[in-house]
Structures are given as C-alpha cells and as structure tokens.
Design a protein around this ligand. Structure first.
Ligand code: CP
Ligand code: NVA
Length: 307
C-alpha cells in the first residue's frame, strides 16, 4: 500500500514518474473539454474520501476535479459534520470506518502527528493535503510548473523569501529528491527546524540559509514565498509581521534574480504583505499555472497510490 505523506518518503524515481505522468495528464486534458470525463475512466469504481480540519480552496477543488475527470467518486468530510471533528469519535475508530467506505483518503490536519496516527490505523492509502509540517502535493505542483517554464529543475536555483513554514519543509525535502539549489531567506526566529536542515545537509543538499533576502535571491531561477501567517499560527501575529517586513517579495528582490526568473506562490496570498501586486500580477508570475497544475498532479498522486 502506497501513502503520499512526505516528499522524503518517496523514492526519487517514483517522484519523477509522478511529475511526468502529471505532465501527460495535462496534455491529454488540453484535447478534451474542461469538464469531460477521461473516456478510459481510470478511476472508475474508486472513491476518494477527503477530510478537512482547515479551510481550502485549491486543494479541495483540485482533488475533486481530479477524481471527476478520471471517472471516480468522492466524499468530503468537514470537521463540523463529523464525530471525529467534534471530538466524539477517536482517530482509530474513524480510520477503521473510512477504510471500509472508500479506496483512498486525502486529509488536511492541524497536527502532523494526528495525520500519522490516522494513517497508522487506516487500511487504505492516504495523501497529505497539508499539515502544520508539510504540504507535499503543493510542492509537486510547483516542480511541474517550474519545469514547464524553465526545463529540468536539476541544479537550478530556487530562492525562498519569507516565513520558514510548512511549504518550506516540503521544499527542503524536494531539493534533496530533485537535486536543485535552495536558498532560504528568513528571520532567524522563523527558520525551519534545525532537524530538517541537518537531514538535508546529511543528504548533501545544496542549501543555504540566510537572513539576507537579497543574498538568497541573487541569480535565482525562481523566487517563492507564502503568507506570513499560516492557518493555525498561534503566535503574536503583529510581531511576526514586523519580523517579516523586509522579506516582502517586491521589484527590488526580483531584480536580484536572473532576468527571466519566475515568481511562485502557493496561494492564498496577502497582497501588500509577503508580495506586492506588481510582482504577483507581473509577467514573471506563474501563480495561476501553479494552481491549475494541482489538478493534474493530484491525478498522478492518486493513481500512483492506487497502483
Ligand atoms: N495552496 C493551497 O493548498 O491552497 P488551499 O489552502 O486553497 O487548498
Ligand atoms: N502556509 C500556509 C499554506 C496554505 C496553502 C498555511 O499553512 O496556511
């Protein structure tokens, strides 16, 4: 049984297959109507159950479209509607029930450890749709999007400017698995956990962590960022925003990168905070493709798990 929990859990060759299959899915879709069902219905007789403990627009809709376009079915559980969410049923019992009802689960949770506990009790594959620690499906879509505009990501330079959050964790894992250079600029207090950096270095990752956003952005092929306040962030928001003020991705930062560099953001964005309107709406921005590619990457991940 194959789960998709973290990018570091999956073999490099398998990750490459998932990306390449997603590219094929997109090509196939370009010849079909937006809402047409793939005539081969590769996911016919399969049901995806999605559980959301936090809000979502892209993850929810892209998984839903992925299932529908491939002829499958889906069920969605939000915390308000379920005994699990109200604390009236244990993770163990909920996992046992879902194992009987569906073929695969996608879950978005507050706590990564709850996700792992859930996956331990589940008898069908599970996909991580974001936890406090990682967002692997997003980074897979980002890799596909990068390669659409810049070719192979191997040895390219990606700069992260902003909060050291869950997206960066998956990006760090990806830099090891896909062998690209990663420069992270963030305030010292908001750096990703030392353990993940140590792990990446032990795998010979080409990784740099700095306080200086201009150093990170220098000659990068891509600049990435994310919201300064993530869902479920508990700390003092005002203080955090103050710390991150000089990490806004604006024209000055983009100028430090290669002239043809792209800008990426997983969305949702807070324009005027982590990124200016000028950059996110500008010619270098590929944020809409990132969101669109989520559909094709989800198809590929679901099919990989069910193989
Ligand atoms: N990028 C992303 O995962 O967006 P949602 O929170 O809307 O799912
Ligand atoms: N870091 C953000 C990503 C949202 C897709 C969050 O966890 O809220």
């Amino acid at each position: 049984m194959r789960n998709f929990i973290n990018i570091s859990d999956v073999d490099k060759k398998e990750l490459r297959k998932i990306i390449d299959h997603a590219k094929l899915q997109k090509e196939k879709r370009s010849k079909l109507n937006k809402s047409a069902i793939d005539p081969h219905k590769p996911l016919a007789d399969k049901t995806l159950i999605m559980i959301f403990e936090k809000p979502s627009t892209r993850t929810r809709l892209s998984f839903e479209l992925a299932m529908k376009q491939l002829g499958g079915q889906l069920l969605v559980l939000s915390p308000k509607d379920s005994h699990y969410g109200s604390g009236e049923e244990s993770i163990h019992d909920t996992a046992k029930i879902l194992s009987q009802y569906g073929d695969i689960v996608m879950m978005r949770t507050h706590k990564h450890k709850h996700f792992l506990e859930f996956s331990n009790h589940l008898e069908i594959p599970i996909i991580n749709g974001l936890t406090n620690l990682s967002h692997p499906c997003q980074i897979m879509s980002d890799i596909m999007t990068f390669e659409e505009s810049k070719g192979s990501i191997t040895n390219k330079k990606i700069a992260w400017v902003g909060d050291g959050n869950n997206i960066v964790y998956s990006l760090i894992e990806a830099c090891v698995q896909f062998n690209f250079q990663l420069s992270i600029a963030c305030p010292e207090k908001l750096r990703p956990d030392k353990k993940i950096i140590k792990w990446a270095k032990s795998k010979k990752a080409k990784i740099l962590i700095t306080k200086d956003p201009f150093e990170a952005a220098y000659l990068a092929d891509c600049i990435m960022t994310d919201k300064w306040i993530s869902m479920g962030d508990k700390g003092n928001k005002k203080k955090k925003k103050k710390l991150l003020k000089k990490y806004q991705v604006n024209k000055k930062i983009m100028k430090k990168a290669k002239p043809n560099a792209i800008f990426m953001h997983c969305l949702p964005a807070n324009r005027g905070e982590e990124v200016t309107n000028e950059v996110i709406n500008g010619k270098q921005s590929v944020v809409w493709s990132e969101a669109l590619n989520r559909i094709h990457v989800q198809k590929s991940i679901i099919e990989w798990c069910l193989r």
